[in-house]
Write a protein that binds this ligand. Structure first.
Ligand code: IMP
Length: 437
């Protein structure tokens, strides 16, 4: 059984939570490799709705192991509260959830630093969870890791040094924040005791598991265009959400990864600031937002909506080495006479296919839209490819043709069974135990 990465191919919120939950059935271990509780992976099982922010969606499959990799930044309070919510919903994580000893610890002061940054002119429109400042400390080599949190002397020394520095910055900026430094340290010492049983050397655990023939599913958070290196910098998150991040954020080498599945909506959304070439700036945006319930799972912010963007998808395919695509929320487009698709960009009377490297450059491109006939028939809940309306199949074929990618799976609703996996597809071979080569 191969080891496979599932990631967002656009700006996030593509429906990765459902897709990971669905395919997790055939894997042994599900690993998150970057981000923190800025993600919001929504999974519906029957009449129950789960929003997972930091715990891999695979936790909802009994008997699977869910691992939080070294590439994450962990707010222990958020992690423990998510565990408690799961427990109330009947999901006991004991023995099924492990945390890397090399992941970084997110502190309340990180949220304060973010508040200061977001009040300034370089505002990104973040989720306000303190994710960026925590990664800043990691990169500046003054971060606190889970292994430090578990060692009280080391934690105390590192925490005090970090807080001295943050308070000095606050004073220099003329910002007085009411943070009870000592009380927070004591809280974190208590968190350490609760987290300790879950902590392990996750990279070595994965190494041993793969050697024993176990299969690993890597669950991306955020998405390619929010990747710190390859996304629409600076309007990005602070980690590598693209395929390379799966290796650095878990300790599993590239030679052990067998495939990459990209998840894309049948249209595009983004939350927060930044360029968005196919953004719809009229009432149609509202129509898609209402029908697709396009509101942030973590922050509740209304998402910006736009048409499917072929140059963006081709870029994403190149960066990630996508083997197969999952298209989600096809049903949201059921009522349109025509569905515009962006096939290239126009800039200064020239047509281009590439993504400009700067946000300002991407801001200047105009989408060249081609209208594909709509199907004006319900696709919600359809679970067999043959039952899709012919014109909906034509739309999918158009996307396949222009992106050069196989569409191996179509999601037609939030439930597990509202899904079509194309028989014989490359995707089926990657994610289905009985489909393995
Ligand atoms: P941060 O990750 O909170 O630092 O936010 C940076 C950017 O990434 C902002 O534009 C956020 O809206 C966006 N972002 C972060 N997490 C998600 C997500 O799960 N879905 C969509 N956008 C996200």
């Amino acid at each position: 059984m191969p080891n496979v990465i599932i990631l967002g191919a656009q700006w996030g919120d593509e429906g990765k939570g459902k897709v990971v939950d669905l395919f997790a059935e055939d894997f042994d271990i599900i690993v998150r490799y970057q981000g923190g509780h800025n993600a919001g992976h929504t999974v519906y099982i029957g009449d129950k709705k789960f929003v997972l922010k930091i715990i891999p969606s695979g936790i909802l499959r009994p008997g699977k192991l869910a691992v939080i990799g070294n590439g994450l930044v962990i707010d222990p309070a958020a992690l423990l509260s998510e565990i408690a919510t799961l427990r109330e919903a009947g999901v006991d994580v004991t023995g099924h959830l492990l945390v890397s000893n090399r992941a970084h610890v997110l502190l309340p002061v990180h949220r304060v630093m973010e508040k200061i940054a977001e009040a300034g002119p370089a505002r990104i429109g973040t989720t306000s969870r303190g994710i960026g400042p925590c990664y800043e400390d990691k990169t500046a080599r003054r971060g606190i890791r889970i292994a430090d949190l578990l060692d009280s002397a080391s934690f105390r020394a590192k925490y005090d040094a970090l807080m001295e520095e943050k308070l000095a910055i606050g004073r220099a900026l003329g910002v007085e924040e009411d943070l009870d430094w000592t009380r927070i340290r004591q809280e974190y010492e208590a968190f350490a005791d609760q987290i300790r049983p879950m902590v392990c050397d996750a990279a070595m655990l994965l190494h041993r598991a793969i050697n024993e023939g176990k299969s690993v599913l890597f669950e991306g958070a955020q998405a390619t265009m929010l990747d710190i290196d390859h996304g629409t910098y600076p309007f990005v998150t602070s980690s590598n959400a693209s395929a390379g991040g799966a290796c650095t954020g878990s300790g599993v080498p590239p030679t052990r990864i067998n495939g990459v599945v990209g998840v894309a909506k049948a249209y595009v959304t983004r939350v927060g600031g930044g360029p968005f070439p196919t953004e719809i700036l009229n009432g149609v945006c509202e129509q898609i937002r209402e029908r697709g319930n396009e509101f942030g799972a973590v922050t509740g912010r209304p998402r910006r909506c736009g048409w499917f963007d072929i140059p963006l998808l081709r870029y994403s395919a190149a960066i990630n080495g996508i083997d197969s695509l999952v298209i989600t929320k096809l049903d949201v487009l059921d009522d349109f006479d025509d569905v515009p698709v962006c096939v290239s960009y126009r800039v200064a009377k020239r047509e281009i296919q590439e993504i400009p490297p700067t946000a300002a450059g991407l801001e200047q491109v105009e989408p060249v839209l081609e209208c594909v006939p709509g199907w004006r028939a319900p696709t919600f809940g359809v679970s067999s490819y043959d039952e899709l309306p012919a014109k909906a199949k034509d739309y999918l074929a158009f996307l396949e043709n222009r992106t050069g990618l196989e569409i191996g799976c179509i999601s037609t609703g939030p439930e597990r069974n509202q899904t079509i996996v194309k028989p014989g597809s490359r995707l089926e071979k990657l994610v289905r135990r009985n489909g393995a080569q």
